[in-house]
Ligand binder design. Structure first.
Ligand code: ATP
Length: 359
């Protein structure tokens, strides 16, 4: 296993053209589980292909540990790979499929049997080891692919490119949990590409959120939720995403279409220094109903959805759209909803960047 360093890395498919990846500098820790998350076209596959060696970057270096692998072909890089669609040998047994990467490296049969049994057990394939892969379901075939990617202990990293695309929706959840367990047991460095936030947040220790060729934030799921470094991260993570309101500063207050929110004084001061377009960000679940005698913000309610254990209110604060997540819809009055934005939950963004910085 290795740490992965992306040193001043960038990529243009066409010299002098647009950057598919903007220049970046990152270190991903040895044994970490990283998810690359972002919308279609943000550069996830480009980055994964550069790490695997399928693509040579137009700028910068990739290091596995101390070794510069930038110019090495995939087979020289010592990595495991799992693709969107199963890559297996149909005519071989499940056992032989899983054993293949180990036998290729001339490892002894006793070790092969032990390791294949271990990996098969983790993925729930122990009952089909003797069966030919050909007649198995698409789910089982993809599990074999996952197993083949994970079976070698000596790899620098295992790279996954949207590996659960072909998996039945109700099995996805199970397999995500499995991968998480496998990661905890095997201690491999894993890099997992997905555009699905649930997949990224349940799988990864650290999520790398990308947009338009840029890494906007690398953080734990909790950090992405609590302190999004960029408005896109706040909007993209969470369902619904974070609320953002254009605002002005007056002292330590943000003014949103005439409504006032008290801010942490240090944050207000930093925002004043940062300048640019100023937005206040707050998660729908961190807005609370106001007590009767409390100064409050007035939300015009457009819609209330009862989602079982909570109600989701869609409305407007001044002219600006807002979502509020309430434990009960009883707080909504005839003329709207009176709420408080608790000071510690209100973040400020200057030109889309979190004032005071993220993780
Ligand atoms: P998706 O989730 O749709 O696979 P992605 O996040 O993996 O998207 P990439 O496929 O890495 O994104 O694409 C990043 C950018 O590079 C896009 O603007 C895309 O059009 C461009 N691109 C990708 N492959 C090529 C190529 N072979 N030649 C030129 N441009 C490319």
């Amino acid at each position: 296993m290795s740490r992965i360093e992306l040193d001043n890395l960038a990529h243009q498919y066409v010299p002098g053209g647009d950057y598919a990846l903007q220049p970046m500098q990152h270190v991903w820790e040895d044994g970490g589980a990283y998810a690359l998350l972002g919308p279609s076209g943000c550069g996830k596959t480009t980055l994964l292909n550069i790490i695997s060696g399928l693509l040579q970057p137009s700028q910068g270096r990739v290091l596995f540990g101390e070794q510069d692998v930038t110019r090495l072909a995939p087979e020289q890089r010592n990595i495991g790979q799992v693709f969107q669609f199963p890559v297996i040998y149909d005519t071989m047994s499940v056992f032989d499929n899983l054993a293949f990467p180990l036998r290729n490296r001339k490892l002894g049969e006793a070790y092969v049997a032990r390791r294949v049994t271990q990996i098969a057990g983790m993925l729930g394939l122990e009952g089909v080891l003797k069966r030919r892969a050909k007649n198995l379901t698409a789910d089982a075939k993809q599990k074999i692919s996952l197993g083949r990617g994970l079976v070698r202990e000596d790899v620098a990293a295992v790279l996954f490119d949207e590996p659960l695309t072909v998996i039945d929706p109700h099995l996805k959840w199970q397999l995500r949990r499995k991968l998480r367990e496998v990661h905890e047991q095997l201690n491999l460095t894993l890099v997992y590409v997905t555009h699905d936030q649930t997949e990224a947040l349940t799988f990864a220790d650290k999520v790398v959120v990308m947009l338009a060729g840029q890494v906007l934030q690398v953080g734990t799921p909790q950090a992405l939720f609590e302190r999004p470094a960029h408005t896109f991260v706040g909007y993209f993570i969470g369902s619904p995403g974070m609320n953002f309101f254009d605002c002005q500063l007056e002292g330590s207050e943000a003014v949103i279409d005439g409504e006032r929110v008290a801010l942490e004084p240090a944050m207000a001061e930093a925002a004043r220094n940062a300048g640019g377009r100023l937005q206040l960000g707050i998660r729908p679940g961190l807005i609370r109903p106001a007590a009767a005698d409390e100064p409050a913000l007035n939300i015009k309610v457009d819609k209330v959805e009862d989602l079982g254990d909570y109600a989701l209110v869609s409305g407007h604060l001044g002219q600006q759209p807002v979502h509020v997540r309430l434990e009960a819809s009883g707080a909504i009055g005839a003329d709207g909803l009176r709420v408080v934005f608790p000071t510690q939950n209100a973040l400020l963004y200057a030109d889309d960047r979190l004032v005071g910085g993220g993780e």
